[in-house]
Write a new protein. Structure first.
Length: 281
């Protein structure tokens, strides 16, 4: 009987002009020394789309694993193949195997988007995929999440504490406050997660209420002070909770940093790499 969880693997090939953009955006090392694949894998019986990235030179080697959690909802925030080739290729160039999900209901995946409900399983179900990657070091896992992906990272960590570190960028930590302070977000979330017990569902996804349930691993928190998508207070408030509970964490707030920290990309990448190297290698 076939027990494989990865149903389909396809190496991403870009055209010449895209490759030039890739080299200029992420560097020659990413272009020459990494492979990024589009994958379809099983999660709760659903076919979910995602990505896998790893160093090209992997014979007789083992690399730690990193799960990368995207932001946005539905197809807003879905990662296209060019972005995947760059973003995940960059982490792979640091010497890691990267697993990423588009989440159920998104980008052609089966199922229904739940914004932190059963779609958290789509992250947890990336872990067994490492069994099918001979050069993945299954004893060393880190996780990174941006924006809504930060919330997904926290929710995943509450259910699986076998991660050695986490990186959160512009993360949502107080979903209830984030949603209820905006009519637009309120209507979007109601449409996606349903009006029944709406506030109770928001409560369950509001990490700031459950910080003591998070594993005591090292957390790197980063946020732009001029973030107009997720208020910087979302990171400041959880840092205060980390202080109260004596968590091991670092916080970096960027002056004039937007949601994507575009102006600070080099420093952000250095901090991310240093964090993973310190706790996974």
């Amino acid at each position: 009987m076939n027990n494989e969880k990865i149903l389909h693997r396809e190496i991403i090939e870009l055209n010449d002009s895209q490759n030039k953009m890739l080299i200029s955006g992420w560097g020659k090392d990413v272009f020459e020394n990494t492979i990024v694949e589009k994958i379809i894998y099983l999660s709760d019986g659903l076919k979910i789309k995602g990505y896998l990235a790893y160093p090209k030179d992997n014979e007789n080697k083992k690399f730690p694993c990193i799960i990368w959690n995207r932001g946005g909802y539905e197809n807003k925030g879905a990662i296209d193949k060019f972005s995947a080739r760059g973003m995940y290729g960059l982490i792979a160039s640091w010497g890691y195997v990267v697993f990423a999900s588009q989440y159920r209901g998104n980008a052609g995946s089966e199922g229904k988007e739940e914004l932190g409900g059963s779609d958290v399983n789509d992250i947890l179900n990336l872990i067994p995929l490492a069994d099918e990657i001979p050069f993945a070091d299954k004893d060393k896992w880190g996780m990174e999440g941006w924006s809504r992906g930060g919330m997904m990272t926290y929710l995943t960590l509450m259910r699986n504490s076998n991660f050695k570190c986490a990186v959160l960028v512009g993360a949502i930590s107080n979903l209830k406050d984030y949603v209820l302070t905006s009519d637009n977000r309120n209507s979007i979330y109601k449409k996606i997660i349903g009006e029944d017990n709406f506030e109770k569902k928001l409560e369950k996804r509001t990490i700031i209420n459950f910080v003591e349930k998070l594993p005591r691993i090292p957390y790197l928190l980063m946020h732009g002070k001029s973030d107009e998508t997720i208020p910087v207070e979302q990171t400041i408030e959880i840092a205060k909770k980390f202080d109260e509970l004596n968590f091991n964490y670092e916080i970096k707030l960027f002056e004039e940093g937007d949601h994507y920290l575009k102006k600070h990309r080099k420093e952000v990448d250095e901090l991310r790499r240093r964090w993973f190297d310190k706790y996974l290698k």
